[in-house]
Structure formats: C-alpha cells, structure tokens
Ligand binder design. Structure first.
Ligand code: C5P
Length: 237
C-alpha cells in the first residue's frame, strides 16, 4: 500500500479524558486521518467532541456498541450520525431487526450522499467459550462469530470489528467489499499492555484487515507523532 492508504488505514484510539484527547490530537494534526471515540470519552465529552475532532480534520469512528430494541437503536444511530460519526459500532447480537434499524437510522441522517458506515461486533473478545456457556450459548465460539458476521452484513452492516485472529476467516467468509476493522495491533517491540492476542500492523493488513485500531503504542509513546509516522512508514513500504 502507498502512504496515503497507510494513513487511511490507521485509527487512533482516544481512550482518555477530553482535554488530553484534544492535546494529543493537536500533536497529530495534519498527519493522522482517523480517531476512535469510545464510550468513556463520548459520555464525558458529549457529541460536541465529534464536531471538535472534525474541525481538526479528523474522521471519527464512534465506538458506542449500540445494543437495544430496534426503535431505540434507529434513533440513536441517527443521532450519532447527525453528530458526525463516520463509522459507528453496534452489536450483532441485537439480531437482524436491530441491525436493519441502525442502518435505517444512519440513512435517515445521510446528507450529500455521505452516510455513516456501520460496523458490527460479533462476540466481544473479552468473552471465551466458558463465558458463552454461562449465558446459555453452547455453540463453538468461532461458529458463533461466523454466524453473527453473516447475519449483520446480510442485514445492512458495512463491516465487522474483529480480532487479528479472526480477520483472515472473516475476509474469506464475507468477501472483499466488507470493512474489517481490527484492534489488538502492536508494532514490533511495542508493549502488549493488556492485549493477549496481538498481530503487527503489517500482519493484520496481510490477513485482510481494512483498518487497524491502535491506541497505546501511539497515545502513550514519548513522541506520539513519531510513533504514528513509524507505523505509516512500515505499512507503506
Ligand atoms: O491501546 P490499544 O491499542 O490496546 O487500544 C485498542 C482499542 O481497541 C481500545 O479502544 C479497545 O477498547 C479496543 N478494542 C480492543 N479489543 C477488542 C475490541 C476493541 O482492544 N476486541
């Protein structure tokens, strides 16, 4: 991939309080293209943070993992889209009607042909086979991930969030047009933190990821702009 494609494929996770998020993005201004706003930042800063990040020239993945009755999800997706989310996450576990409702919500908010793209989460990677059994799901975890990925993309999701371990399987299952966004990515030599199953950025892209979510290796680096540029340089090689 070339340098522009590399920049377009890195999403920086802003898991921090609002002031620090703005300070950090100032340092990355003119370089980074995508950031991820999760529940922690969104609930403390409110929808205006999305606008503020847009003003800095960034695109925003709003990682709110919506999961509720279809009526509520439709209106929440519309509100998130109107706030300016470029990507929005929902839970596939909400079922076909809920995914369709999210799609209807972002379509209602679409303007100028631009629509918020929807990413579905299958099974949270913090859950394992035992967690599934404890909530009464006895299928094999991988089968469940595959089933939910088919359900969500069939109902109108544009893609999935998936671990580096699942990305190859989902690319084969869902084809080339689906967005696959992969967290748990660590450049060679970077601290793993609490991530257990990690892949390098190059490996995740080679396995079929469309975009990578990278947080602490950039946000906690002594020089975040340099850490970001190093990853871009490695991907663009
Ligand atoms: O700092 P780090 O690179 O580990 O950040 C990864 C981001 O991706 C965090 O915002 C985390 O919540 C998110 N994430 C993850 N693993 C998943 C899904 C999301 O690490 N399976």
């Amino acid at each position: 991939m070339n340098e522009a494609q590399a920049r377009n494929s890195i999403i920086i996770a802003l898991d921090m309080e609002p002031k620090e998020a703005v300070r950090l993005t100032e340092k990355l201004r003119g370089r980074a293209q995508w950031v991820k706003v999760g529940m922690t930042l969104y609930y403390s800063a409110g929808p205006s943070i999305v606008h503020e990040l847009h003003q800095m020239g960034l695109k925003v993945f709003l990682d709110l993992k919506l999961f509720d009755i279809p009526h509520q999800v439709r209106l929440a997706a519309q509100a998130a889209s109107e706030a300016g989310a470029d990507l929005l996450s929902i839970h596939a576990l909400g079922g076909t009607e809920m995914v369709k409702a999210a799609r209807a919500g972002v379509e209602a908010a679409a303007h100028g042909g631009e629509r918020t793209e929807i990413l579905a989460i299958s099974i949270l990677t913090s859950m394992d086979q035992d967690t599934l059994s404890s909530i009464g799901i006895d299928h094999e975890l991988t089968d469940e991930v595959r089933r939910l990925a088919k359900l969500a993309t069939g109902a109108g999701a544009d893609g999935m969030v998936c671990s580096p371990k699942e990305v190859h399987m989902l690319r084969e299952l869902l084809g080339e047009d689906v967005l696959l966004v992969t967290p748990g990515v660590r450049p060679k030599g970077a601290a793993k933190g609490d991530q257990k199953r990690v892949a390098t950025p190059q490996q995740a892209i080679a396995d079929g990821a469309s975009k990578l979510v990278i947080g602490r290796p950039i946000t906690q680096a002594p020089d975040p702009a340099q850490a970001y540029e190093d990853i871009v340089g490695n991907l663009a090689r």
